[in-house]
Design a protein around this ligand. Structure first.
Ligand code: ADP
Ligand code: NI
Length: 218
């Protein structure tokens, strides 16, 4: 990476820190920080462009629909707005938007293919932060932020085949493990992503076992 690219990353980071600081549903600045670290780690064993992947990781959630009242057009708008504010190349913005649009999970039965190694790395990096101990913490933070029950054995799991129904679901948080988190290890795109995901996946299974033991404690 050259010094001009490093400067761009530093400036984008400062803005993203301001935008995401203190967000309470698990999409705060530290989520972005961890995703950037994940991309660096995965990039070590993939031939990808580190500048492009890091830049995409930094901005991947600034226009997320969940932070913009369900607005699916916010991704393009917020990334373009940030690039204009920082006087950055708008062709580069387009390249980044294309990657970020391939990152998001859309429902258990919906495929989310990637068209470049950079998109594969950012998707894996983001999804690694959705599983394991941190993934568990984030999912309950999200549930609390949206007033969801922790668990309700009377509400069945639903495997969504439509993004709209996935997006608008208000199911208890434990359901989210089956509707998303436990599915991610098989959707990893890179070899290192797969390896890290497997270990985090096992931890979630262990957690759920303990959860149900305590739930039925007599
Ligand atoms: P992606 O980055 O793949 O689009 P999301 O931004 O949808 O993923 O979700 C990020 C994290 O937010 C999830 O992994 C989970 O921790 C939490 N989250 C999102 N939707 C829900 C939900 N319906 N219930 C509980 N947690 C959720
Ligand atoms: Ni994210």
């Amino acid at each position: 990476m050259n010094s001009e690219q490093q400067l761009i990353l530093d400036n984008v980071q400062l803005s993203v820190q301001q935008i995401m600081q203190g967000e309470g549903s698990g999409h705060d600045w530290w989520h972005i920080h961890r995703v950037v670290n994940n991309t660096r780690r995965i990039c070590k064993s993939e031939s990808c462009d580190p500048f492009i992947t890091e830049l995409a990781a930094l901005v991947h959630d600034i226009g997320d629909h969940k932070l913009h009242k369900g607005d699916d057009t916010a991704c393009r708008r917020e990334i373009t707005r940030l690039f204009k504010k920082l006087n950055l190349d708008l062709m580069l913005a387009e390249q980044i938007i294309e990657i970020v649009e391939q990152v998001s999970f859309k429902g258990a039965l919906i495929d989310t293919p990637v068209q470049s190694i950079e998109a594969a790395v950012v998707q894996d990096a983001d999804r690694l932060d959705a599983i394991g101990a941190i993934g568990i913490a984030r999912t309950f933070a999200f549930g609390g932020n949206r007033n969801r029950e922790i668990y309700n054995p009377e509400i069945p799991v639903e495997l969504h085949d439509q993004f709209e129904t996935y997006k608008n679901s208000s199911a208890p948080t434990i359901n989210h493990f089956y509707e998303k988190l436990l599915l991610l290890k098989d959707q990893m795109k890179t070899e290192s992503g797969k390896k890290i995901a497997l270990q985090r996946h096992k931890f979630m299974l262990q957690y759920l076992e303990q959860f149900y033991n305590e739930w039925d404690y007599k």
